[in-house]
Design a protein around this ligand. Structure first.
Ligand code: GLA
Length: 385
């Protein structure tokens, strides 16, 4: 939901919390990563696009230097913190994300003062659709605009990421915040995570007679549970063993991977190198108007994440298999892994068959039925009013 209804709903929630109209309402979308998983923190390439769904921050300045944070999705857990008391761990829970943004802006010398913020969202948490980054980016836009600061979007993305890394304590890469702030409607974003250069890649699914189904497997992941950080460490170790600054540096020498003695590091590095190549091939196909031909690359990405990077989970593997049986052109898990969502690319006419096939597989295993979302490549974060 975006546009006037979303803005009205967020403004009403603000009025309920603070008894006044907000000065503004800002929206930041969640994202689907089309391809390029676990490549961002290896200085590689990613190709996400923004969803229509996301997080709204209705906000006003306040002159007592206090940040008051309330969420319509967690009304039982408001947070009120004076600027001087902001520190990693204070506040904790959902409020750490917007509070972390205030903290990082202050640390970076951006003169933001206090604010009353009311959050409203239509993005499932834990579904690997970047609800955390959307929350950070909505707060970042609200705070900077309330205080008349114009921070270039790539810098704002880097600050929001710092909030997640240093305040919340999750060692994520730059993809999610970049997607939320930089994506354009009808396009995916090809981002070079080393240089920071990005360019829009046309993704007019409907124009090609295609749909991209997002299947929420309803298995919940937590990036802070250690396995994500462990993958990062393995990649760093592999790069060290190969004598390069990062795995990006062996993009043009995929054979280098075979020099790694340790079989686990070899598999992890192989995923990163082959995934970077798949991102560039996918972007090339999309630019050539060959969206339907991207299917096998998505499926190959999934196999690599399952077998080499080992971040998939049984419901995701079953979804990819069932989607293919139902006629999908390709499918893969999206996001960090260990839970969340799978994307399936299909001809619009086969969308129903793909869903039926996935539903049947879940029922056969006795799993909770999955939830579906049709992914529409949407605009990045913006002020709604
Ligand atoms: C999470 C992180 C991203 C990225 C993906 C994996 O979404 O926040 O930075 O590393 O996992 O591609």
């Amino acid at each position: 939901m975006t546009g006037p209804e979303a803005a009205d709903q967020a403004a009403r929630w603000f009025a309920e919390c603070y008894g006044a109209e907000p000065s503004g309402v800002w929206h930041a979308p969640g994202r689907v990563n089309l391809i390029g998983e676990h490549t961002d923190y290896n200085d590689g390439f990613v190709l996400p696009f923004a969803l229509r769904q996301g997080v709204r921050a209705a906000a006003s300045r306040r002159d007592d230097g206090v940040f008051e944070l309330r969420s319509r999705q967690a009304p039982e857990a408001p947070a009120t913190v004076p600027a001087g008391a902001l520190a990693p761990g204070t506040p904790s829970g959902w409020a750490a994300y917007p509070a972390g943004v205030a903290w990082v802006l202050l640390e970076a010398g951006c003169p933001v003062g206090g604010a009353s913020i009311a959050i409203d969202a239509d993005l499932e948490r834990g579904a690997a659709l970047s609800s955390s980054a959307a929350l950070e980016c909505a707060a970042a836009l609200a705070l900077t605009e309330l205080y008349g600061l114009s921070v270039p979007r790539p810098e704002l993305a880097a600050l929001a990421r710092r909030a997640e890394n240093e305040f919340v304590g999750v060692p994520s890469g730059i993809m999610d915040q970049s997607a939320s702030l930089l994506c354009e409607q009808g396009h995916a974003l090809l981002l070079d995570c080393r240089s920071g250069e990005s360019s829009p890649v046309p993704l007019d699914l409907a124009g090609f007679g295609l749909v991209l189904l997002v299947v929420d497997t309803r298995v919940r992941h937590a990036l802070s549970d250690g396995r994500y950080a462990e993958r990062r460490r393995s990649c760093e170790e592999a790069a060290r063993a190969l004598g390069v600054p990062s795995l990006r540096d062996i993009t043009d020498d995929p054979g280098a991977v075979e020099r790694l003695q340790d079989p686990v590091l070899r598999r992890r590095a192989r995923h990163v190198v082959t995934e970077n190549a798949r991102v560039l091939q996918t972007a090339g196909l999309l630019r050539a108007g060959l969206a339907a031909s991207c299917g096998p690359l998505l499926t190959a990405s999934h196999a690599s994440l399952r077998d080499d990077f080992e971040v998939s989970w049984p419901q995701a593997d079953a979804t990819v298999e069932a989607a293919a049986a139902g006629g999908a052109l390709g499918a893969r898990m999206t996001g960090g892994g260990f839970g969340g969502s799978v994307i399936a690319l299909a001809e619009a006419a086969s969308g129903g068959d793909v869903r039926a096939s996935v539903d049947e597989a879940f029922a056969g295993h006795g799993w909770k039925p999955p939830r579906y979302l049709e992914a529409l490549p949407s605009a990045g974060a913006r002020r709604l009013r």
